[in-house]
Design a protein around this ligand. Structure first.
Ligand SMILES: [Mn+2]
Length: 434
């Protein structure tokens, strides 16, 4: 048996009290993602560089990637290349590292698994979707041994991928058949793992799902498994799992305060709402009884910042333009890529030149406008609510126009706009005459 080189002395962030197994958990990379048409390739390359450095620093026994490797089912070649380049570099630098990858809801399970014949012998196990045989799921195929520094299979990982409703066993008598189906799959797979592992072996599991008691990001995480109401309770995971490594939520977090059940989060912000917290990968040390003796984030630097104006909600154009003028000028910007800029303007009248005005204001600044949103000052209520008991037939076209304007902008139309409306109305009425 070959022994890997002795580990370096523990560093401040890498204390270990003779842990059995060190696991590095990362998730939701979304390679190939674009931010409103701007590719994120440079940010992903920077993350993968950082990850290789963290691997060298932490020297984990296993690397778990818990789904959404790619942003789409048919990722661009640059994203596929980044994936394989990373796997090759990780394998070359860490010949004994066990690498386990599961499919997420964004991944094409088949595409992820397609290179399995090459990756398997390299110690890279990819489970894109629930393996199936003629008699149903092949849960034994989910099991991946994780080896400690001596090459001993110290833990057994139930590499459960993202589950589609069709993957779940039918449990028609259950209050919630989807939740019960997931619970049964985890229970059965963990029972098989328990049997295969023998007494005293540590069991861990993965998943790509939404577990209740967590904070969901607003924009970029699709509600999966039948929607938000199908959040899974944390007790779908059997008690004897030493740790459950989850993907899907982009904010790193424990589930309901249980340190066993953890989301690694995404390495870069995938929407404006995800820019407010630090991104990270997660390192977990387990002892030989399956206790988590240390769990800590390794924070990632952010190559490209995300700026929102205003920080929350919307602001009138004057205030937005004033805030834009405060941004550093383009000429003075230091080398790196300019931050993404998301702007939300509050309008109290139509402004056909809004985009041009904002784009011109941004042109001289070190920022890239990725989204220009518009909020309206009006309340958007149905016209009937404003017209009281009157029916539409009782109103003149001009009264309807005024009501519409009020609904959208909470102001009366400007005199020029009203004049234009009257001219248009006169034309239409003239044409309508027999
Ligand atoms: Mn995701």
């Amino acid at each position: 048996m070959t022994h890997r080189a002795p580990r370096p002395e523990p560093t401040a962030h890498a204390k270990r009290e003779c842990p059995l197994l060190r696991i590095l958990h990362t998730s939701d990379w979304h390679l190939g993602h674009t931010f409103h048409d701007i590719p994120r390739d440079a940010e992903h390359a920077d993350f993968l560089d950082q990850l290789l450095n963290i691997l060298s620093d932490e020297r984990p026994d296993a690397l778990l990637v818990t789904g959404d490797v790619f942003d789409t089912a048919n990722p661009p070649a640059s994203a596929v290349r980044a994936w394989f380049d990373f796997l090759a570099a990780a394998r070359a630098a860490h010949p004994r590292l066990d690498i386990v990858v599961i499919g997420g809801n964004h991944d094409s399970a088949r595409r992820l698994e397609a290179p399995g014949a090459i990756l398997g012998p390299l110690g890279i196990r990819v489970v894109g979707s629930l393996p199936r045989g003629p008699d149903g799921p092949r849960l034994d195929e989910l099991l991946v041994p994780l080896r400690d520094r001596d090459g001993r299979a110290a833990a057994l990982c139930v590499a459960m991928p993202y589950l589609r409703p069709a993957d779940l066993p039918a449990v028609p008598e259950a209050d919630d058949p989807l939740i019960e189906g997931v619970r049964r799959l985890y229970a059965e797979a963990t029972a098989i793992a328990r049997e295969a592992a023998g007494p005293g072996r540590v069991l861990v599991a993965t998943g790509h799902c939404y577990v209740a008691g967590t904070a969901l990001s607003e924009l970029s995480e699709r509600r999966i498994l039948g929607g938000n109401q199908h959040a899974l309770p944390a007790d779908v995971f059997p008690d004897d799992l030493a740790a459950v490594f989850l993907g899907h939520l982009h904010r790193p977090q424990h589930v309901g305060g249980d340190p066993r059940i953890h989301y690694a989060g995404s390495p870069i912000p995938l929407s404006v709402t995800e820019a407010s917290y630090p991104h990270q990968v997660h390192v977990v040390d387990l002892d030989d009884e399956g206790h988590i003796v240390d769990a800590r984030p390794r924070r990632l630097r952010r190559l490209v910042d995300v700026i929102r104006i205003p920080a929350r909600g919307s602001a009138p154009l004057d205030a937005v333009l004033a805030a834009l003028a405060e941004l550093p000028p383009r000429a003075e910007a230091s080398g790196g890529p300019p931050p993404y800029l998301d702007v939300e303007v509050l309008l109290d009248r139509p402004d056909p030149t809004l985009r041009a005005t904002v784009e011109q204001a941004v042109a001289s600044r070190a920022a890239r406008l990725v989204r220009l949103g518009v909020a309206y000052a009006g309340d958007g209520d149905p016209l009937a609510a404003r017209a009281g008991a009157v029916t539409l037939a009782d109103l003149t076209p001009e009264e309807v126009f005024r009501l519409c304007h009020r609904r959208q902008y909470d102001t009366d139309p400007a005199p020029e706009l009203l004049q234009t409306f009257r001219e248009l109305l006169a034309e239409v009425q003239h044409e309508a005459q027999p």
